[in-house]
Design a protein around this ligand. Structure first.
Ligand code: ZN
Length: 136
């Protein structure tokens, strides 16, 4: 059985979801967010102090273009501390993106993929809202 592999060009962008515990690791998440903003052209999402959508725990999102992946993801590997981070591509199937195509930095957490459509996630806002001034 052979299947034509999907081309990497199917990936429009990425999300990194940075999970934290509001009681114990929000400070770490605040530091990571501020340091990332100083170093990368990304779009930082708002704070969610309770789980939302497929996300089981409090988190914020970092949305980024494909060319940012090879510097941002290694930087997150080195600097995530006690935080769990879900990194997923954005293609035409949000459920598969989160459940089948994702990678984790730190401990893996539950993802409630059933709430996601088997189509592109709607409202993907990608315009960067950071003004980095430091090298990663
Ligand atoms: Zn996402």
């Amino acid at each position: 059985m052979s299947q034509t592999p999907r081309p990497v060009a199917d990936i429009n962008s990425y999300h990194a979801h940075v999970y934290y515990d509001p009681a114990s690791t929000r400070g770490q998440a605040e530091t990571l967010r501020a340091q990332a903003a100083e170093r990368f052209r990304v779009r930082l999402g708002r704070w969610h102090d309770v789980g939302i959508g497929p996300h089981d725990k409090a988190m914020f999102q970092i949305a980024f273009q494909t060319e940012v992946f090879p510097i941002l993801v290694p930087w997150l590997m080195l600097n995530h501390g006690d935080l769990s981070i879900l990194i997923h591509p954005n293609t035409d199937n949000a459920r598969k993106d989160h459940l089948g195509h994702a990678l984790w930095i730190g401990d893996r957490l539950p993802v409630h993929g059933a709430v996601l459509p088997e189509s592109a996630e709607i409202g993907l806002e990608m315009e960067p809202n950071t003004k980095p001034s430091l090298r990663p």
